[in-house]
Design a binder for this molecule. Sequence first.
Ligand SMILES: [Zn+2]
Length: 406
Amino acid sequence: MLIETFIRKQLRLKAHTVTKVEETAEHMLVFIDRLGQRLLRCGVCRRRCREVQDVRKQRVWKDLSLRKLPLKLCYRPRRVKCPRCGVRVEDFPWAEPWARVTTALANAVAQLARELSWQGTARQYRLNWKSVATIVKRAVQYGLKNRSRPPVHVLGIDEVSRRKGQVYLTVVYDLERRVLLWVGQDRTEEAVRPFFTEAMGRRRCHTLQVICMDMWAPYAKLVRQHAPQAQILFDRFHIVKHLNEAVEEVRRSEMRRLSQKEKVAFKRIRWLLLKNPWNLTNDQKERLSTLVRWNTPIIRAYYLKEVFQLFWEYHQPKRAHDHLEKWMRSAMRSRLEPFKKFVRMLRNHLDGVLAWTQCRISSGAVEGMNNKIKSISHRSFGFRTAEHFMAAIYHCCARLPLPIER
Ligand SMILES: [Zn+2]
């Protein structure tokens, strides 16, 4: 079989054909022409058109490599007279209308960009960073338009920071399917409203049953407005995070007061305190029990945290409620300011905290998605613009379909 025939078959050309293939040091140039008088399609509506208006100047598309040599397709596009759209550039079976790479190459790049940084992907395919960015953004556009949208029952709303603790984005997950639904700039009520009004719409908001979020977040009002039937759940992952922060705050302020000798004893206590007691080794338990005898605020903080964690084990709402009330009273008496602050927050959101006994949404769901986004940001050393970061998040977390290769 001739190489021309091979490439024609690979590209699945019907109204076009490969006239010749030239090899240079860096490329394989594949020249394509119209096949006889076969009908070409309109680039806008893809209808077959009888008349050709004119022939434009040659365009070049990058394609996948044949062994080591990248293919370049060369073709002079025709403009057709479409009965519906008027004079338009024809439809190319190998590429999207304005793309400078073939759909096959674009999809290969997009797939790799889900695993590697855009820089790394560019290197693999000998493209520049900008081309990869364009390909990913186009793939996301296509994917958002063509993704499947089954009804959503369990929603997770969270925020991620783009630069350390600086610029925030709001992310919305479908926690049942573990898939990202929406990303928006900023974390204000105004910024997230379009998710409910535009992305979801009133009809899809009706199916929402549980919405997980952080107590600190400003989203609760939106939920009450747009999905009043849904139960708000302040999820385990975030509550534990705040609890750990309270322990850490106590530890830090106490460390400042301790003598040098005491400091040494507490030196590596930080992770001992954050660890779950059943994960401690005997030696670690020993060290901890020495410290317990000293009865410092650090140890009080540690025990408050441990006792709170029992809350997750209750199945009966009444018992869970009693446990929490008791815990909040003892935390208020603890003379530890960070814990008092935590209790005040719990008090204001008690309904959404107690909802845990009714709908146990695993903390892993939110945490896992957050970690994925963090790793996207890390491998690219942060994105300079929110637009790029958002495209990367959609691309890696929303399970979007890629354009179909014709
Ligand atoms: Zn048309």
